[in-house]
Design a protein around this ligand. Structure first.
Ligand SMILES: Cc1ncc(COP(=O)(O)O)c(C=O)c1O
Length: 388
């Protein structure tokens, strides 16, 4: 029914992933490089999304518009049925991306000089958003044991004592962890103890493999729910990054007002008319596509992990969620510079270097597997060639 095997030519479409990575990897020519870096998919979006956008395009006026009730309803129903998360319409604030949402929340609810805690290795904007806003960044690295990561809650509490906010990544990019209930409850307990705001980036919430289950931290926060702000989007799940659609869930009316007034003062707004339609269609009708896509990527992950394990010094564990594989090459003895050089010049393969997510990512690479199996197999061949 869905053809995820279809290899779609994305070159020369102004794609960041396929057309514009030369300067990032310091390459003058990129035509023969296979890019598996930035987190978007090489799959066609669900047909329901294309149909919804096309239908809206048939009306020739694109004046100022509102977010329709059906889009609110689609999100509210999705959160209730997929995540047992009850959300009211007025608790939803729309932004054109999760990054703008994170920046909006930090700017509105913390002050210059305030300390913000993050848990590296972690999605790199968690570093640059607070620092660009002149906040002080406090890191509390996750502890890695045989490829699994967990929190060091003693160290975490020591940082929270000094902090105003914590940015959680759940599911975690790049490690792929889906944090369990006990971990989430402990995060809430400690943040409550030290009066720390919890900003939870849950953009990967709907990209979780069985038997894992995503739990929004707000749903275990109990009486502390007002200290949680959750950022979500349809864009990662349904491959809509450049449609630009995201939303925050803010239960506390006072915080909503601060966030909205900061946004108004700084010219930030909601989402455009096509994003409204795409978001509604994805959440209303995209479930079958999502389940098939997850099955497909799960299989691709298994194949790639098996193949990688045949390379000396290289291992990877299947993530609980996300389509990102976190590859451990520490046992090869290669430095990051050496392996990146080999991958780019010999293998002609562009992966993300682990230190992009903090020094704790040294010895790891991130590979984006939201692609046809044939592309992943080609990547493996190139990886092997680079390390031969
Ligand atoms: C954890 C996380 N947050 C946010 C984003 C980007 O969100 P947006 O494109 O909506 O700004 C990504 C993209 O990879 C991500 O992995």
């Amino acid at each position: 029914m869905f053809n995820f095997d279809n290899v779609i030519e994305r070159r020369h479409t102004n794609s960041l992933k396929w057309d514009n990575f030369g300067p990032i990897y310091q390459l003058t020519s990129i035509e023969d490089i296979l890019p598996m870096w930035v987190a978007d998919m090489d799959f066609a979006v669900p047909q329901c999304v294309t149909t919804a956008i096309t239908k809206r395009l048939e009306h020739p006026v694109f004046g100022y518009s509102n977010i329709c009730d059906n889009t609110y309803l689609a999100i509210i129903n999705w959160l209730a049925t997929h995540h047992h998360y009850t959300v009211k319409k007025d608790e939803l604030l729309f932004r054109h991306g999760v990054i703008p949402a994170l920046a909006n929340v930090i700017a509105a609810l913390t002050k210059e000089g305030d300390a913000i805690v993050i848990s590296p290795p972690v999605y790199h904007p968690f570093y640059f958003i607070p620092t660009n806003l002149n906040r002080t960044l406090l890191t509390c690295p996750l502890v890695e044991q045989n490829g699994h990561y967990h929190f060091d809650f003693d160290a975490f509490e020591q940082q929270l004592i000094k902090a105003k906010a914590y940015i959680l990544c759940n599911p975690h990019n790049p490690g792929g962890m889906v944090w369990d209930e006990a971990t989430l409850r402990e995060i809430v307990r400690l943040c409550a103890k030290h009066d720390v705001l919890i900003i939870s980036d849950e953009i990967h919430a709907d990209l979780v493999f069985q038997p894992h289950q995503h739990i929004p931290i707000a749903t275990v926060a109990g009486d502390e729910i007002n200290r949680v702000i959750t950022c979500m989007a349809p864009t990662k799940t349904f491959n809509l990054a450049s449609i630009q659609s995201a939303f925050m869930i803010v239960h506390d009316a006072n915080k909503r007002e601060l966030i909205e007034s900061y946004a108004t003062a700084n010219g930030q707004g909601g989402i455009n008319v096509l994003a409204v339609e795409a978001t509604r269609a994805a959440f209303e009708e995209g479930e079958e596509w999502r389940l098939a896509m997850l099955d497909y990527i799960s299989h691709t992950m298994d194949v790639v992990i098996r193949e990688l394990s045949t390379i000396d010094g290289v291992t990877a564990l299947k993530p609980d969620g996300t389509y990102l594989l976190w590859i451990d090459y520490r046992a090869t003895g290669l430095s990051e510079k050496e392996i990146m050089q080999r991958l780019l010049t010999v293998g002609k393969l562009a992966l993300e270097p682990g230190t992009k997510y903090g020094v704790e990512g040294e010895g790891f690479l991130r590979m984006n597997l939201a692609c046809p199996l044939a592309t992943a197999e080609e990547a493996i061949a190139r990886f092997k060639k680079a390390l031969a």
